[in-house]
Design a protein around this ligand. Structure first.
Ligand code: HPA
Ligand code: ZN
Length: 348
């Protein structure tokens, strides 16, 4: 066990020893939606700045509305919150507020999703979003040596035509975006719906990932790897229902970006103890731990590590493997990967 002893469920040794252990491990975050890092305090500040009236009168009342029972119940609240993001400065402030705290968690590298269609559908220009985010990413690099990459997600509840239009809009910012993904409501919106847009994106040099197997069945993961040719699966926890799929993910070395607190808050698992992360690890899958939408799910990356370690009795070695995987599974160039893995090795 990771520096803790439990007796009849009562923690005898200090959780904060484990907390410090996790904090000190250099790591990469590969699954975080920038819009999902919008904390209520900043949401209120931006609403005031842009003259927007929020549905809730106070930060506390807004937070108390963060009770979700599935993905859609979360998405409804999440999309509502994004309405305060209008100017380049708003996207900059959002991203900067994520970065300035993340380096304290010992994150060396972050691959950050954004959902352009949420904003362009409200009249915000594609460049406004990307310029605001990347200005903050550059500052993060300069100020904290925090490396980062940007991944554009298509909303899967919208049409492939809309995704194709967004892809074309993105070309003017091609050098600022490393990859593409799909997110939003999974059930009823299988990855195969986006086969053509992924083909075109890959031909433009974008690296493909996809949310699959969060709420959706293993067939959606098959479609993501076979039809969309993804290099990583976001979530993917339902792969365990299909032995052949697990074998294939291992054979093709396709990592999963797992988000434990998200999975509990959205009812994918009833409790942390029932999470299948350890089983996935034991199967030999390349798994990573991430925060998804930390402002909504009650914790950033280190809290996700901590809650998983406590609930599943992860060993120090297992925690180290998961953290090292985050560099291996990243879209960093090999030279940068090696450099970060060296930093990781020196720190442990
Ligand atoms: N799943 C699907 N879409 C999302 C998520 C998620 O966890 N977070 C933000 N958009
Ligand atoms: Zn996600």
């Amino acid at each position: 066990m990771a520096g803790i002893v439990k007796n009849d469920g009562i923690l005898i040794m200090h959780n904060n020893q484990l907390e410090i252990f996790i904090q000190k491990i250099p790591k990469a975050e590969l699954h975080v939606h920038i819009e999902g890092t919008l904390e209520p305090e900043l949401m209120f500040r931006l609403a005031e700045r842009n003259g927007i009236k929020l549905k809730y009168p106070s930060v506390d009342e807004l937070r108390s509305a963060y009770k979700f029972h599935n993905l859609q119940s979360f998405l409804d609240v999440y999309y509502e919150g994004t309405k305060v993001l209008i100017t380049e400065q708003d996207f900059y402030d959002l991203t900067w507020s994520y970065l300035k705290k993340r380096h304290l968690e010992n994150i060396l590298h972050a691959e950050i999703f954004f959902d352009p269609q949420i904003h362009t559908s409200r009249g915000v220009k594609f460049e406004t979003i990307v310029n605001g985010i990347t200005r903050a990413l550059h500052k993060g690099e300069e100020r904290f040596n925090l490396s980062s990459k940007l991944i554009m997600c298509f909303l899967r509840h919208l049409s492939e035509k809309s995704a194709l239009k967004t892809l074309e809009e993105s070309i003017s910012c091609r050098d600022k975006i490393i990859g593409i993904g799909i997110d939003s409501a999974e059930l009823g919106n299988p990855p195969s719906k986006f086969t053509e847009v992924f083909k075109r994106a890959i031909s433009l040099g974008y690296l493909p990932v996809a949310h699959a197997g969060e709420e959706g069945p293993p067939e959606y993961i098959w479609e993501a790897i076979d039809k969309l040719k993804v290099l990583r699966v976001d979530h993917g926890v339902r792969c365990l229902e299909d032995k052949l799929l697990v074998k294939e993910l291992i054979k093709r070395k396709i990592p999963l970006t797992i988000c434990p607190l998200s999975n509990i808050k959205l009812g994918v698992f009833k409790s942390m103890k029932e999470h299948n992360l350890k089983k996935l690890l034991n199967e030999g899958l390349i798994i990573t731990i991430n925060s998804d939408d930390p402002a909504y799910f009650g914790g950033y990356i280190n809290e996700n590590f901590l809650e998983m370690a406590l609930a599943l009795d992860l060993s120090k070695e297992e925690i180290h493997i998961i953290a090292k995987n985050s560099f291996e599974a990243s879209f960093l160039e090999q030279k940068q990967k090696n450099k970060m893995i060296d930093i990781f090795r020196a720190a442990i």
